[in-house]
Design a protein around this ligand. Structure first.
Ligand SMILES: [Zn+2]
Ligand SMILES: [Zn+2]
Length: 309
């Protein structure tokens, strides 16, 4: 199997080598116009010389590395009393034992539930027209696509998550994720396999719908999107709201403050990245939102009573 990373087969043959280092040197020599990221990408696919394995392994490692590397600073911060002043629920510090239990569970779920779709991912990409070739699309296209994926995923997450809070869905599936009323970074992916698959559809399924509609998407764009989405998921479970958190600069960004309230009160704040769905559909969580809702209902009742008089 020859990698599709280069359209020109003569170049592909020139670049291929037995070690990753030599392959990278060949890319630098024969494809000097590529940027640094494109060079590493092209060398990886040429060296592997098996796109199914190259994509599968890359996605699996990307997921594991990003998730646990992003969780580690939160784990360290939890051990440092200095940071308690920014903890949303300051009396609820997860114990190391709790965090280790969660780590074991998440690792098991990654290997059992997520390993299979990862290995079948490249053949699906090929069928859909998701390309691995270099050079990458320009940054404007990538920014637009990733922005759109954030909006679409948030919409999917809002409705699917809201559904998961109904009766049997909650009892048999979503309850597992709500084990922690005060979440911490590692608990982001602590969930029932059915939840991982259905909420995960927002992350992977939305780009699939996009490529079905447009016929064009690069796998690198998908990688950047997944890394950013993992950052968003882990950070929203961190339990900390800093003066420099993103929601302080972008008021429509949900952040940890938004999702922590969901875990605390078990109701409301169903969206993942943005605040607009919960705001517009009146499903915001927490005592302040409840008070505002009651105030609104009172006003409405008064208005109706006046009308009757
Ligand atoms: Zn929930
Ligand atoms: Zn959560």
């Amino acid at each position: 199997m020859v990698s599709q990373v280069f359209t020109n087969s003569t170049i592909a043959a020139l670049i291929q080598s037995n070690t990753y280092k030599d392959t990278l040197q060949n890319v630098v020599k024969y494809q000097p116009h590529l940027n640094i990221m494109e060079k590493y990408w092209a060398a990886w696919y040429s060296y592997m010389n098996n796109d199914i394995l190259a994509t599968g392994l890359m996605f699996f490692l990307l997921h594991e590395f990003t998730y646990f590397a992003r969780c580690l600073p939160w784990f360290i911060i939890d051990q440092m009393p200095y940071f308690r002043r920014w903890k949303i629920q300051p009396t609820k510090i997860p114990s190391t034992k709790e965090q280790l239990y969660c780590l074991k569970s998440v690792l098991l779920s990654h290997f059992l539930v997520e390993a299979v779709p990862i290995w079948t991912f490249h053949p699906m990409c090929e069928k859909l027209g998701i390309t691995v070739q270099v050079p990458f699309p320009n940054w404007k296209t990538m920014t637009f696509e990733i922005g759109l994926f954030f909006i679409l995923e948030d919409m999917w997450h809002y409705w699917a998550h809201r559904l998961f809070h109904y009766g049997l869905f909650y009892k048999y599936i979503h309850k597992q994720h709500h084990r922690y009323a005060a979440p911490f970074g590692l608990s982001a992916e602590y969930a029932h396999p059915a939840e991982t698959l259905s909420l995960g559809f927002g992350t992977v399924g939305m780009p699939i719908l996009y490529v079905l509609y447009t016929g064009e998407l690069h796998l690198f764009t998908l990688c950047v999107w997944i890394v950013l989405r993992l950052f968003q998921a882990v950070d929203s479970h961190s339990g900390y709201d800093f003066p420099w958190s993103l929601n302080k600069f972008l008021p429509f960004w949900a952040g940890a403050e938004h999702h922590d309230l969901h875990h605390h009160y078990f109701i409301g704040n169903y969206a993942s990245s943005f605040r607009w769905w919960d705001y517009c559909l009146d499903t915001e969580a927490g005592p302040e939102a409840k008070l505002a809702r009651e105030e609104k209902m009172k006003l409405k009742a008064n208005k109706n009573a006046k009308k009757r008089v």
